[in-house]
Design a protein around this ligand. Structure first.
Ligand code: F6P
Length: 366
């Protein structure tokens, strides 16, 4: 690889707490330790497609460590290989490969390498650029914690904390009104967030996408609790959960997104079904984007900072290019970006978190 002089940094996909912590450490260490210039690319890959980027200096990244969101902006619709450029006569989006535009802008701006902070969709965008000869380094973010090759993504632990606090608040209403309270969490097709927040908040029922649920089993748990004098039940359900032989609930189809399905609404469906079958009073709460917002907890600030530092160190390693910074069994490492692109790391049946929930007699819906 040619000697580095200037790098670009972008944040792609859904925002999450800790993005600014990565931007800060990447910018500071690239400038101070490697003598590089840093360009901040606006709104993820959209900034590369539209040639929107600006220099990042040390003052630009001062006082942002604790801030949620991303000072660079993001987009979860801008994969250059599959980008909606317009609409056809029926109003359907027309997708084109606009990678050439990106390559032109990367060369025009003299960017020698890109730091791509994101999830599997962002790594798919990065893998495409790698195939076109642009050196990339990935940093793993997502509240879903579903990236391959890493035990943890930054943002996840803050989302677990936020969701746990929300469920704690819902518990007081559940207890006061003797209700079944069904709380829906994000996570797409992975149950990490729901399982972790469910365990942390002592949920009585935890439903995740990896374990299809049976309504009878859930109702038995709620009714059994009632009979034993526990007059309320907390159910933590993942947006991707589905009944045996049934489908996930889709809240929205974002037609101009490369990954168009948005899940959501299963808590409401469950509330109606459980009420109809058991006669118990049920309420549904969808925690939604609250889970992605707010200031990162200290753990995520440290993890994001370690990942960003690792990414800059990887720039200087002969085998560090075109890899994702990862953490496995507490140790930082790296994995090929193309092995992470468009892949999802789901919970396995023998996961220790699932075993722990079962040991507590938590109903997992099966
Ligand atoms: O991947 C992060 C995530 O928050 C998922 O948990 C959720 O399914 C999705 O993004 C929501 O996307 P959007 O912000 O486009 O509604």
């Amino acid at each position: 690889m040619k000697k580095l002089a200037r790098i670009g940094v972008l944040t792609g996909g859904g925002d999450c707490p800790g993005l600014n912590a990565v931007i800060r450490v990447v910018t500071k260490t690239a400038i101070n330790k490697l003598g590089l210039e840093v360009l901040g690319i606006e709104d993820g890959f959209l900034g590369l497609i539209r040639n929107r980027m600006h220099p990042l200096t040390i003052p630009d990244v001062s006082n942002i460590l604790h801030l949620g969101g991303t000072i660079l902006g993001t987009s979860n619709k801008a994969n250059p290989a599959h980008f909606a450029t317009g609409k056809d006569a029926d109003g359907k989006p027309v997708f084109e490969d606009v990678t050439d535009r990106v390559l032109e802008h990367v060369h025009e701006r003299e960017i020698d390498a890109l730091i791509c902070i994101g999830g599997d969709g962002t790594m798919s965008g990065a893998a495409n650029l790698v195939r076109h000869g642009i050196p990339c380094i990935g940093v793993p973010k997502t509240i879903d914690n579903d990236l391959m090759h890493t035990d943890l993504t930054f943002g996840f632990s803050t989302a677990v904390q936020t969701a746990t606090e929300c469920i704690d608040r819902i518990r007081t209403t559940a207890a006061s009104h003797h209700r079944v309270m069904i709380v829906e969490l994000m996570g797409r097709n992975a149950g990490w967030l729901t399982m972790s927040a469910g365990l942390a908040s002592g949920a009585d029922v935890i439903l995740i996408p990896e374990i299809p649920y049976d309504l009878d089993s859930i109702c038995q748990t709620c009714e059994g609790r009632s009979k034993r004098g526990k007059r309320y039940t907390i159910i933590a359900v993942s947006e991707g959960a589905r009944p045996h032989g049934g489908q996930q609930v889709v809240s929205k189809v974002v037609h101009d997104s490369p990954d168009p399905i948005r899940l959501g609404g299963v808590a409401k469906v469950l509330a109606e079904e459980i009420a109809a079958r058991s006669g118990l009073e049920c309420r549904a709460t969808n925690l939604g984007h609250v889970q992605r917002g707010g200031t990162p907890i200290a753990f995520d600030r440290v993890l994001a900072t370690r990942f960003g530092h690792q990414a800059i160190q990887m720039l200087a390693m002969s085998d560090g290019i075109n890899k994702l910074a990862v953490i496995e069994e507490g140790r930082l490492g790296m994995a090929p970006i193309e092995e992470v692109a468009d892949q999802q790391r789901l919970m396995q049946a023998d996961d220790p978190l699932i075993a722990t929930a079962r040991a507590l007699d938590t109903c997992l819906g099966d």
